[in-house]
Design a protein around this ligand. Structure first.
Ligand code: NAI
Ligand code: MG
Length: 354
């Protein structure tokens, strides 16, 4: 029996709707397994800008530092997406949180629940058994480099930078994980063109020498984009840079059926942050139809990775599996054979899992 303090950071849009469900699942686990979970909430993103003018107020960051884990939703608002000149933006809060907490490793498990074989637009025979663990580097690359305009604003630039140290630490995490799985690691870069990628490949090759039991391959990011949908089962652990990982994992979400199914864990030096890979999804905000399973599965990752609660984490995943086996679907994972009475909204889907 453990006592843990969890910070709930819903953020914007459907982030609010899905973290409410994720929290209920954590509560249920505490009750079932005799743990005491205490909670607090903090602001980030558009809601934080509206309240304080700051996308990540210092108070939120302090609360994150003091908690045992963070269950996070999403940030973003159409107001900024359609106004590229906005100086203060919700995503700045997200990037600052990752940087300040030293969350350099973003784990994105792409696991297809068998029941969802038909929810994907990829053929079932290509998909069956696909199980990939992405390690996306999260605090470097073009997202954090110098950016700006020159030539009176007519030229824009973003600088991508990686240090040996940054590549090495994410590579080690990925190799360690590969050892506990099918012992295959694919490092993705663009070393034929990009200098940071050449350093990336050099460092991964060097780290690989310490893991002779892990089979390593290097792929270019463009080829990887193709291979992911051509033959997803060939991948076990994939490690890649921040930008490539961002794009490839949205693509890979189609292996799992929907963006609404994919959870992530951001870990490193500070408090671990657990969040769906999707954004604030304004197109469905307020409609009560967002799939809460990504947030629920993020809670499962939180229990496992930050609290070392394996059985509790598995209980959550099993509950999700059971609900899917019972035929319940949110709209994003329903297909033409799903009966209307099995298509549930956000809260009702959460209730089934509970
Ligand atoms: P998005 O991930 O929010 O949505 C993409 C598509 O997937 C939409 O059609 C949406 O309805 C659907 N979708 C996403 N999550 C779903 C769920 N749980 N259930 C059912 N359907 C779901 O990406 P989009 O639309 O490109 O961006 C919206 C906003 O989110 C933007 O402001 C963007 O900057 C922000 N964003 C934030 C992220 C974060 O906080 N980590 C990540 C990606 C985008
Ligand atoms: Mg993304």
């Amino acid at each position: 029996m453990a006592t843990k303090h969890i910070l709930i950071v819903p953020g914007d849009g459907i982030g609010q709707e899905v973290t409410a469900v994720g929290k209920k699942v954590l509560d249920k686990i505490a009750a079932k397994f005799g743990h005491t979970f205490t909670y607090d909430e903090a602001l980030i993103g558009h809601v934080a800008i509206e309240a304080t003018g700051n996308p990540l107020p210092d108070e939120s960051l302090e609360k994150m530092r003091k908690s045992d884990a963070v269950l996070f939703g999403a940030v973003g608002h159409p107001k900024y997406d359609n106004d590229p000149s906005a100086k203060v933006r919700p995503e700045q809060g997200l990037l600052r949180m990752r940087k300040e907490l030293g969350l350099y490793a973003n784990l994105r498990p792409i696991k297809l629940f068998d029941e969802l074989l038909n929810a994907s637009s990829i053929k079932p025979e290509i998909l069956k058994g696909a199980d990939i663990l992405f390690f996306r580097e999260l605090t470097g690359d073009i997202y954090f480099g110098e950016k700006g305009r020159k030539n009176n604003g007519d030229t824009a630039y973003d600088v991508a930078e990686y240090s040996r140290y940054e590549v090495e630490r994410i590579a080690r995490k990925a190799f360690d994980a590969a050892r506990t799985r099918r012992k295959k690691l694919c490092s993705v870069d663009k070393a034929n063109v990009i200098e940071t990628s050449r350093l990336w490949r050099e460092v991964v090759q060097k780290v690989a020498l310490e893991y002779p039991d892990v089979e390593v391959e290097h792929q270019f990011v463009d080829a990887t984009a193709m291979l992911l949908i051509k033959d997803p089962r060939r991948f076990d652990v994939v490690v890649t840079a921040n930008l490539f990982g961002d794009i490839l994992t949205d693509e890979a979400s189609q292996i799992a059926g929907s963006m609404g199914m994919l959870a992530s864990a951001s870990i490193g030096d500070g408090t671990g942050v657990y969040e769906p890979i999707h954004g604030s999804a304004h197109d469905i905000t307020g409609k009560g139809i967002a799939n809460p399973l990504a947030s629920i599965l993020s809670a499962a990752l939180l229990l496992d990775i930050s609290f070392g609660m394996k059985a509790e984490s598995e209980a959550v995943i099993n509950a999700v599996d059971k609900v899917l086996k019972a035929g319940f679907r949110t709209r994003d994972i329903a297909d033409q054979h799903t009966p209307a009475d099995k298509i549930l909204g956000t809260t009702a889907m959460g209730e089934e899992v509970l």
